[in-house]
Design a protein around this ligand. Structure first.
Ligand code: HEM
Length: 249
């Protein structure tokens, strides 16, 4: 009886808690797993290589194109409007600049991504069309990550690859955000202002775990591409797809 009562109370407390707290909690284990992927470990050890970073940029390009197109299209949706900050957060243009820096002006023809990236993008577009109230989970996973660990990773990447100041690293720079910590506080409070039914909230929490999972699969896919092709990717790799042929396996 006593145990039953306690369980009920904690379930109620769980429901009353802010979305930002819940989302952090449910993705805690996934975050640890993401940090421990080979690619993220290379970053943390200061050993990230140019082929690794270039290939990561290709996938980030596809991911942010899908994410930002869906956020733009749903910008007035009640579950998107409060967390819609294109001026502060949008990454697509920065990634395009970085890709041009590394691959040259014909970078669009050189984009290669693992199939995991295509699956992630497919999901983002599906969510944008069918469940825009879950976009918050994807935006949280990428943007708050970029504003957190991503800031340290940018400095490490610069040193590891011997790049001059910001060259090829605009992805990590947020000129529209003067204090990442304050901005994250604002973002969390906006997330908490989104009105979701209990069912929608659970769906959003599940989607956040899925978003982390997609990222982990992308990182693993990138590493496989690099190991198959001996640190220099090629378009015919069995683990990759040139994005012009965007078919899913
Ligand atoms: C937050 C480190 C990779 C998503 C953070 C924080 C740190 C961190 C220090 C701040 C924690 C806090 O304020 O309490 C790292 C490191 C990584 C890494 C060292 C890899 C080398 C990732 C990846 C993702 C991610 C791959 C997702 C794709 C997030 C998110 C937050 C976060 C969403 C915000 C958590 C919250 O305050 O709710 N990370 N991270 N991180 N990270 Fe990472």
């Amino acid at each position: 009886m006593e145990t039953e009562k306690r369980t009920q109370i904690s379930a109620e407390q769980m429901d009353n808690r802010d979305l930002s707290e819940q989302i952090k909690e449910v993705t805690k284990d996934s975050h640890v797993r993401a940090e421990n992927t080979e690619l993220m470990l290379s970053f943390q050890r200061g050993q990230v290589t140019l082929p690794q970073y270039k290939l990561l940029l290709c996938s980030l390009y596809e991911i942010y194109q899908a994410l930002e197109e869906e956020l733009d299209r749903n910008s007035s949706h009640p579950a998107v409007a409060p967390i819609y900050f294109p001026a502060e957060l949008a990454r697509l243009k920065s990634i395009e600049n970085d890709l041009e820096y590394f691959y040259g002006s014909d970078w669009r023809e050189k984009i290669v991504v693992p199939t995991a990236t295509l699956r992630y993008c497919h999901r983002l577009r599906q969510i944008g069309k069918e469940n825009p109230e879950f976009l918050v989970a994807h935006a949280y996973t990428r943007y708050l990550g970029d504003l957190s660990g991503g800031q340290v990773l940018g400095r490490i990447a610069q040193k590891s690859m011997g790049l001059k100041s910001c060259e090829g690293l605009s992805f990590f720079a947020f000129p529209g955000v003067s204090s990442p910590n304050l901005f994250k506080q604002l973002y969390r409070s906006r997330m908490n202002s989104v009105e979701l039914t209990a069912e929608e909230r659970n769906g959003a929490l599940e989607e956040a775990v899925r978003a982390f999972e997609f990222n982990i699969q992308v990182f693993d896919g990138l590493q496989k591409m690099l190991s198959v092709t001996g640190n220099e990717h090629q378009e015919s790799s069995t683990n990759s797809k040139a994005v012009h042929s965007k078919t899913l396996p």
